[in-house]
Ligand binder design. Sequence first.
Ligand SMILES: Cc1cc2nc3c(=O)[nH]c(=O)nc-3n(C[C@H](O)[C@H](O)[C@H](O)COP(=O)(O)OP(=O)(O)OC[C@H]3O[C@@H](n4cnc5c(N)ncnc54)[C@H](O)[C@@H]3O)c2cc1C
Length: 420
Amino acid sequence: MHKKIVILGSGFAGVNTYLSLVSSLKSYKKSKSESEYPEITLINKTNHFLFTPLLHEVATGSLSEHQVVESLHGIMYKTGGNFLEAEVQSVDLENKIVKTTKGDMSYDILVVALGSQTNFFGIEGAEEHTLPLKTLQDALVLKNTFISIFEQASGLASAEERKQLLSFSVIGGGPTGVESAAEMADLFFETFNRYYKGKINCDEVTLNLLTRDKELLPMFESGLRESALKTLKDKKVKIYLNAVVKKIEPGKIYLEDGIEIQSRVTLYAAGVTPVSVEIIPTPDKDRVGRILVNKYLNLPNMDNVFVLGDIACTERFTGKSLPMLAQVAVQQGKVTGRNIAAMLTGKNLSTFVYKSKGSLVSLGQWHAVGKVAGILWTGPVAWFIWRTAYLFNFNSWPNRIRIAVDWTLNLFNPRDITKA
Ligand SMILES: Cc1cc2nc3c(=O)[nH]c(=O)nc-3n(C[C@H](O)[C@H](O)[C@H](O)COP(=O)(O)OP(=O)(O)OC[C@H]3O[C@@H](n4cnc5c(N)ncnc54)[C@H](O)[C@@H]3O)c2cc1C
């Protein structure tokens, strides 16, 4: 009888589980009859894999929306699995049933890899009056909003009115906030400046970056933090450190220390929280809501249920929780695929051990900072490493080639400012 394997979520963790499982089962497929090969189903609410690390480039016109997504049908083509485009509503662990918007599905082995969502930390008005950057749709909304604001401002006769309109902020001093602010600066002060010359003066545009921490990129070495700060300041980004946001109203950000910041468009990149899908019985979670797993990424006492990626917390065996990063999710996906194949073939499971490949943050055209192979990198070399590393993280060669071509063209051409 077919074993039913169901994978929830087709992000970094889910897709890598799928690919690793299919590849590990290749020899099994040859040795068993068709009826013994497992039935593998991947469920996701969109029919694409989204490469989140490049979302800020879509929001700022460096890359088109098609370049940061890959079709799941394309990824799964000829591998024998099923894809279901549906939203997962709940999981019943006792009866081994997943409830989705397209009906119920039973499973023998389950992988929960549903990722995370924007966390507004209960800041008054944040959800209503800021724009997040988490999905492809978010990136397109941001891009269209930036373009609309500049179009509108270019028609205003009053410099004061233009100034009010052209006020932008990014909340969040981690990698996503910093990368977004750097790209926005390039878009506003270079691309838009070129097209709206004579109608909008650069000095009328303000771009703020706010962080509640005392420094940007607190997880990086001090030399890299300082380099990032200097690069952003050179790009005319106004940095607010120790800026604890209290409330947001249309056009205004209020800080706890009484400062009020004018901001017509605010990009919110201050944090994420695990996706909250109902799982019965409720598994143990850490203080931020990530599900606690054992060294095989299983729920305790449930070796047929794996939980991985942003939604999982490994602190029970890694000491402290791993960061919510694509490279963690990818490595967890790969080991889970191999482990499921091992279960089916009666072999021993491998424990999950995380090996950091380093981290890099882009700072707009020609700039990046990061640590790779134990070496600190800044400037154009870091930028080149960053680009090369990301290219090879895509699953398909057509996407890699398209992005490489576009990045090369972008070196000599302005960004795309047509609305999506
Ligand atoms: C803007 C941005 C930039 C980032 N940059 C970097 C970076 O440079 N480097 C890095 O290492 N990490 C980066 N990250 C973090 C990285 O994206 C995550 O750590 C990684 O995506 C986690 O993988 P995952 O598979 O757990 O979740 P995801 O990749 O988020 O995948 C979860 C999947 O589940 C689907 N899903 C969610 N809920 C449901 C539901 N109810 N029903 C059906 N499907 C559902 C989602 O559509 C998604 O496809 C970035 C994140 C963001 C938002």
